[in-house]
Design a protein around this ligand. Sequence first.
Ligand code: KIV
Length: 272
Amino acid sequence: MSTAKKEYKRVTVKSLVDMKKNGEKISMLTAYDYSMAKIVDAANVDVILVGDSASNVMAGHETTLPITLDQMIYHASSVIRAVNRALVVVDIPFGSYQSDPKEALRSAIRIMKESGAHAVKVEGGQEIKESVKRILNAGIPVMGHLGLTPQSIYKFGTYTVRAKEVDEADKLIEDAKLLEKMGCFAIVLEKIPAKLAKEVAESVSIPIIGIGAGNGVDGQVLVIHDLLGITQEFNPRFLRRYLNLFEEMGNAISKYVDDVKTKDFPSDEEQY
Ligand code: KIV
């Protein structure tokens, strides 16, 4: 398998378009805090997403809806302080861009100004077109997100695969073309049939990053807590777990508890 790679000292929105042109797949992962972002960036992940999945994995909410703009800015600024290479994209949270384009722009500006992020991400196509336009006109790079859009979970009712029916698939293709035409620099496609995702990737010139969207797209994104096996209960087919950190951390912590209880810790060498 060819893994030809150009070196990128700093990944920009332009680097991602170059990667697509050169056939180099784009790696993207979430991070929400300084220490994790340092590890992710040092491992040469191209794009770090400060996702509103922080609402689930950091705060323990069932959905992404409760997280606020202030909380997203807090997470994003912690990540930004850690990152030297990756492009940092921040989700604009639910309720901060859907109601009117001016509010959308104000939210995007707050994220860029207060966290130092490099770009924002929004969920939807045609419905949020005016907001996307307004943000782009201010010079802020926008990543789209289509397919299963978790901020609309109560409209869908379930987390099952989207766009299996022709009407929804057609709308998704139209939305992707619209986002490209307006000037978005990339699009996330979540949980849709691989064949449709490939078709979208082939019909636009901007990078398509998939999560549960197969291998025919331009890059992949996962939630870091899922990849590392910190989350246990979430087991979709698309998820590849690279570690079982829940178990490994649990074992280490149990050993510490044991060492404290048995007075093994601290030893003579571990005190002043
Ligand atoms: O919030 C998030 O982590 C996301 C990814 C799942 C793409 O939007």
